[in-house]
Design a protein around this ligand. Sequence first.
Ligand code: ZN
Length: 110
Amino acid sequence: MSGIKLKLKKDDIVEVISGREKGKKGKILALFPNEGKLTVEKLNMLKRHTKPSAQNKQGGIVEKEGALAISNVQLVCDKCGKGVRVKRKKLEDGKRVRVCVTCGEVMDKG
Ligand SMILES: [Zn+2]
């Protein structure tokens, strides 16, 4: 186990590289580093049956993002247009940024 270095952040766009959502892209909603999992907007939707409540008098089926393994997603590079491996690079001003291994594009802007 190499240990998951957390190269992903909330609101990053990632591509799923394994499993039933393979090839799909979405925005990270939440990260759960202790479990090695994350949730991505509109991916791995799970249907939950809910009982009637004050907010939802009918009850019914609610769809919710299910957790995916962090190891099954890659950060999407705008330039490459797909999920890529990422390395860390230290800039001259000491700032650490993420860089696309494929094309060298800096992925942290601003
Ligand atoms: Zn790239």
